[in-house]
Design a protein around this ligand. Structure first.
Ligand code: FMN
Length: 177
């Protein structure tokens, strides 16, 4: 059975991106999906100076192992000031120092959500520009606006989003097989 790693680019205990990624992972059929939390992969703030001083952080090693051991990734990025949440970017930078092909040429379903009307579209555009150069085979992407209006009690309320997400899941599943 194919193994899918799902995570939010957020360390918030109430992360809406984690809610979206968990929902999406639950929709996959005949797949072993593993929803993780970035809080379990603590790393110091990256700098090239620190990199020379310390051993490669255990949190980044553990994350690299998961990237190796799974067949595809579902990611939903939080948007902070138009960019990645600092904790995600920091872990991403550490991981990229071990293997620049961060996503190992595996399928990636990329999403963003926020409470606002743009749904994290700015960070999504940034990731769409960068991730393919880091080994991501992006099978589809989706920004999910106005999270609190459109997602309640673990369910998506907007029919159009349900349909769009379902199409992206189908494309992702095809690429996994
Ligand atoms: C420092 C900071 C900056 C933010 N900047 C943006 C932004 O640029 N665009 C946006 O749509 N929401 C922004 N937000 C609101 C986040 O989208 C919101 O906090 C969301 O819940 C973050 O996702 P998460 O719950 O998965 O962590 C910002 C929030 C914080 C704390």
């Amino acid at each position: 059975m194919k193994r899918v790693l799902a995570f939010a680019g957020s360390t918030s205990s109430t992360s809406i991106n984690k809610q979206l990624v968990s929902y999406t992972a639950n929709q996959l059929k005949n797949v072993d999906s593993n929803v993780i939390d970035l809080n379990d992969f603590k790393v110091p703030v990256f700098s090239e100076d620190l990199e020379k001083e310390i051993a490669y952080p255990e949190g980044a090693t553990k994350f690299n192992e998961l990237l190796d051991n799974h067949d595809g990734f579902i990611i939903s990025l939080a948007e902070h000031n138009g960019s990645y949440a600092a904790a995600f970017k920091n872990l991403f930078d550490w991981v990229s120092r071990k293997d620049r092909e961060v996503f190992r040429n595996k399928p990636v379903l990329l999403m963003t959500t926020s409470p606002g009307a743009r749904g994290g579209a700015t960070v999504l555009a940034s990731a769409l520009g960068t991730f393919p150069h880091m080994g991501a085979n992006i099978t589809g992407s989706l920004s999910f606006p106005k999270f609190y209006d459109n997602f309640k009690e673990g369910v998506i309320l907007n029919e159009e989003f349900i349909e769009n997400l379902s199409k992206e899941i189908t494309e992702f599943e095809k690429a996994l097989n």
